[in-house]
Design a protein. Structure first.
Length: 251
């Protein structure tokens, strides 16, 4: 395999990106062009009430690294010691690591998706439980809806929003025709890129973290999809390596 294949990564910037490090180690040329940036949401009185009343909740769920990083930072301002009865859940290993860094025990699913969370024993029998979900603005509704169906009282705590970086979006679109593989962690990022040309749709390998995002990519017109086993760096790296190997077999 050509050791200098080009991969475009478009998710929001991370200071210490394990996926980029793993791809660099594999001698892959990675273009990191974050088309969105993370912006912390200023907390209003309603949000502060959730923090003040954190001990009223039975379960806290964090659905991204940013949700954990920002959410726990806000909590620590008012809770130097977290309530011991609150059970912490994370959607994936990286989010769990962020929570563990605060000396908290955390439960994480093997399959790092909303569906994986919902399959966990601790989230099956939640009748009358009070659950707070830390997330970004405008996230998926499936987790909260399903937990509510199971009898839980669910509260959202939205701690950040994604803001489009117009310059980087233009740069990503400019680079897209020249790369071998696009790594897209969400449907929202694919939506920002828009529908690909027939040439790009027919030739570009697209790596996504789930069947759901893969389905959205297919709806946009992308034809060469590699679905990872989750959003964890090792899963995405494995899918990228498979995609690049498939390119080599066809060239």
């Amino acid at each position: 395999m050509n050791c200098k294949k080009n991969v475009l990564l478009i998710r929001s910037y991370r200071g210490d990106d394990e996926l980029v490090r793993q791809l660099d180690d594999a001698l892959i040329n990675v273009f990191c062009i974050p088309i969105t940036r993370i912006e912390e949401i200023e907390q209003d009185q309603h949000d502060k009430t959730i923090i003040f009343d954190f001990d009223h909740f039975d379960i806290a769920i964090f659905v991204s690294v940013n949700a954990a990083r920002i959410g726990l930072s806000l909590l620590e301002k008012y809770w130097p010691m977290f309530p011991q009865h609150v059970v912490f859940f994370a959607i994936g290993a990286q989010t769990a690591a962020c929570i563990s860094d605060h000396n908290l025990e955390v439960i994480v699913p093997v399959t790092e998706t909303t569906e994986g969370l919902l399959s966990l024993r601790g989230l099956r029998d939640v009748g009358a439980k009070r659950i707070v979900i830390f997330r970004g603005q405008g996230g998926r509704e499936k987790l909260a809806c399903e937990l509510a169906k199971r009898g839980a009282q669910v509260t959202y705590y939205e701690v950040y929003r994604r803001v489009i970086d117009e310059d980087n979006l233009k740069n990503a679109l400019k680079v897209l025709p020249s790369v071998d593989c696009l790594v897209a962690h969400s449907s929202a990022s694919l939506a920002l890129l828009g529908r690909p040309s027939n040439l790009i749709a027919s030739n570009l390998r697209v790596v996504v973290p789930s069947e759901r995002v893969g389905g959205y990519a297919a709806d946009l017109g992308y034809r060469l999809l590699n679905v990872a086993k989750g959003a964890a760096p090792w899963s995405m790296r494995e899918a990228v390596m498979t995609a690049l190997k498939e390119i080599s077999l066809t060239t």
